[in-house]
Write a protein that binds this ligand. Sequence first.
Ligand code: ASP
Length: 442
Amino acid sequence: MKVAKFGGSSVADANQFRKVKNIIESDSERQVVVVSAAGKSAAEPVKVTDMLIELEKALKAGTDFQRLFDHVSDRILKIRNDLKLDVNIEADLALIKANLNNCSHDYLVSRGEFLTGKLMAAYLNFKFVDPKDVMIFKGDEFDYQASLDRISKVYAENDHLLVPGFYGAYASGNIHLMPRGGSDISGSILASLLNADLYENWTDVSGILMADPRIVDHSKKIDVLTYDELQELSYMGIGVFQEEAVRPVREKKIPTKILNTNHPEEGGTLVVDSEHEMISDQIITGIAGKKNYTVITIKKYQLNKHIEVLQKVLAVLQKYHVAINYVPSGSDAFSFLFQGAEVQAHLDLILAQLRSSCGLDDVEVNRDIALVAAVSLQLSKRPAIAGKILDYLDNSLINVRLVIQEGSDMKVVFGVSNDDYEKTIAKIYREAMFRHYKKIPA
Ligand code: ASP
C-alpha cells in the first residue's frame, strides 16, 4: 500500500485535479491520499492558505474580509463546478462563514486543506476522513497511539481514504495546526501509522537534482539516496520537503519518493533508509552549499589541552548569540564558522573580547566565505576521494581556504571565497560526473 501526498500546486485547479486522478488510477496500491490546500497556479498567484491568513488579519483589523472570503469560495466552487462534482461544498463554506467571528486561528487556516480534501475525495471516490478525527495531538506532541487506534478502525472499514494534510486535533476536538508545509508531515505520519510500503510526495519538481540548476545547466537528477545523505544536503539548504516529515517514515524504514505531478514519467528521486548499492561508479550523490559564512580562528600553543581557554571563548560567543555551524579543529587552533547578519554587527566587539580576555596567542577572522558540501555515502568509506576533489579544485586555481571532513562523515565541506562559490560547485559536479573511480572490491 502506498500513501500519496499531493502539494498545493498539484491541487491548484481542476486541471491539476485531473492529473492527480490519473496518477491515482494508474496504480491500485495508491490507497491513501493526502492533500494540501489549493496552491498557486498561473491564474491564482496566492495559495489558499495564505488567503486564509490574510482573511484572519482583515477580520481582526475590521477591514474588508468579505472580499477575501468570496475569493476563497470562488476558487473552491470553480474546481467543484469545472469537475461537475456532486458535493454540497456550499454547506461547508456557509458553516465556515458562520464560524468566522468566533473560531480559532488553527481552525480557520486549516480550512483550505479541509475544503480541497472534500473535493478531491468526491472526485476520486475515496472516503473523506477529517484529520480532526484521526490525527490526534497532546499538547504539541503527536499522540501516536490514540491516532493509531482511530485510523486503524477507519481503515479496517474502508481502505481508500482521502485525508487532508496540515492539521489534526486535540482529544477535545479543537483543531491543531502543524507548521507551514505540514501536509508533508501528515503524509509521513499516515504512512507510518498504516505501515505503507512507500510514501509518495508529489510536488512540482521531478525529484532532487545533484546540484543547483541555476549553477549547473541540466544538472542530473539523483535517482536514489539515503535519508542520511538527504539530511546532509538539507542542512546545506536543499529544501525538498518539510524537515519534520522525515522522521516518521524513516523510523519505520519506509522509503519516500519525490515525484512531479506534472511529469510522472520523469521518475523522481527515491529516498531509502539503508545503504543503496552504488548504481554507477559516480562518487558524489549531491552537492549543495551556502554563502556568507564568517570564520573566526583562535590560536594557542597546545590549545587542545587548555579546556579553560575554550570555555572562555565559548562564553564570549554565547554572549553574542553566535549560532555555530562548524568547528574544525587542530592541536593549536580551533575555527568557528557561522552565518547571520546580527552577529556581523557585533563582530568587532566579539573579536576585541576574544583578544583581550581569553589568553590566546592569535585571533584571525575571515569573512565572505562560502561552504560547498559534496555528499556521498561513499565518502565515509573512502575519505581519499575528498583529496582527489581537493586536488582538482587546486588545479582549477580555486583557493580552498578550509576543508572539513570528520572521520565517519559522508560529506566533505570546502570553504572558498564567496566569489568562487558557483565555480566550485560547477567544478565538483564535473569531477563527479566525468571522472570515475574504481570500485574497491567488497
Ligand atoms: N497549505 C499549507 C501551507 O501552505 C500546508 C502545506 O501545503 O503543506 O503551508
